[in-house]
Design a protein around this ligand. Structure first.
Ligand SMILES: Cc1ncc(COP(=O)(O)O)c(C=O)c1O
Length: 343
């Protein structure tokens, strides 16, 4: 196995640095997950965990699956992706064309939602496959480690960074980038952006419409002790922000990029002497038939155009029932401390 096979997409891995305001920069990725996918596979190759014939199996709601499929398209290894019914048909077709086998889970687990149902199915497949490698994006420390090069590029291009804002799914991008940047800027404020009804920062679990951020299971790659502030947004706020980011800046990005942008713009406006960087994980193409389609939006989130939220409500109990943009001062505490203090 050579670098050529894993690294030929390296030019697509790094974000473009886009100045959006006097103290606001976007780190806009084409497909952020190309970076941890390549890094995880290379470390596994070095350790001998993957060789020719190893069956690579992963669960993903989309972008990590696509990144793995793009990279393994030139490798000899079989790739199986366990996803769920919400996987967009166009993305599924791409995965199949790239040679991946796609398993779709239709029934949510009663306590861990679709994410747990996907994990259960993945475990069944792993048990049947004698030579397999599971990249484990939620728990593999090579996921956050992959972001050292992003931190280095941001410092090189921007210099001092006072605040980093990103959405949280596996935790790899925000916690990885933050842990490298904190070596240089120990006081840097880290803001995690989640969606209502995600358990990552203590919300009660319930079905969610926006993909990529949030979860029903807590990944060990979310290092809660790095986070200063958590913001939760509703689906309507995130979709409205997606369309506004496009119409007002020309950036055609996915909903999680817009969620982070909404929070970061607010924070940057209130801290005009601080330099703020937003992690923007992917471009808008995958969402042409959802977030960028008025008919789809009107049917799923009828209020998306009329939501009016220009600032968050501040709470202290993360378990509260939320309906709109809300923030909590997390204060770099372990999750168990925050939950215990709010009971
Ligand atoms: C579109 C999108 N945005 C954001 C995230 C969250 O990134 P991370 O898993 O690094 O926390 C993901 C994760 O899959 C994603 O697919």
């Amino acid at each position: 196995m050579t670098n050529l096979q894993t690294r030929y997409l390296a030019e697509f891995e790094m974000p473009r640095v886009v100045p959006l305001g006097p103290n606001l920069y976007a780190a806009a990725f084409f497909l952020m997950k190309l970076l941890p996918a390549r890094y995880i596979l290379e470390r596994a190759l070095e350790r001998g965990d993957i060789c020719e014939g190893t069956h690579i199996c992963e669960t993903s709601s989309g972008t990590f699956a696509l990144a793995l499929a793009m990279i393994t398209a030139r490798m000899e290894n079989r790739l199986t992706i366990v996803s769920d019914w919400a996987l967009e048909p166009t993305l599924k077709r791409r995965l199949v064309e790239l040679g991946a086998e796609v398993e779709i889970v239709t029934q949510a687990h009663p306590h861990g939602g679709l994410q747990k149902a996907r994990l259960d199915r993945l475990n069944e497949i792993l048990a049947q496959s004698p030579s397999h490698f599971w990249p484990r994006q939620y728990d593999n420390p090579d996921n956050p480690r992959a972001y050292g090069s992003v931190a280095a590029k941001l410092v090189d291009r921007i210099g001092q960074i006072d605040c980093l804002v990103g959405t949280v799914g596996s935790g790899g991008s925000l916690c990885g980038t933050a842990s490298y940047l904190r070596l240089l800027f120990p006081d840097m404020v880290v803001i995690g952006v989640d969606t209502i009804n995600s358990v990552l920062f203590g919300q009660p679990d319930a079905p969610r419409l926006v993909r990529g951020l949030g979860g029903s299971v807590i990944p060990s790659n979310v290092d809660h002790t790095l986070i200063d502030e958590v913001h939760w947004l509703s689906a309507a706020e995130i979709f409205q922000a997606t369309r506004q980011l496009h119409s007002q800046t020309g950036l055609f990005m996915g909903p999680t990029s817009a969620a982070a942008h909404k929070v970061a713009s607010w924070w940057a406006a209130h801290n005009d002497d601080k330099t703020v960087v937003i992690l923007m994980p992917d471009e808008g193409h995958r969402y042409a038939d959802s977030a960028y389609d008025d008919d789809w939006l009107n049917s799923k989130v009828p209020r998306w155009r009329s939501v009016c939220s220009d600032r968050p409500v501040t709470i202290t109990n993360p378990h509260a029932d939320l309906a709109q943009w809300t923030r909590l001062e997390w204060g770099r505490r372990p999750r168990s401390d925050v939950i215990a203090q709010s009971l």
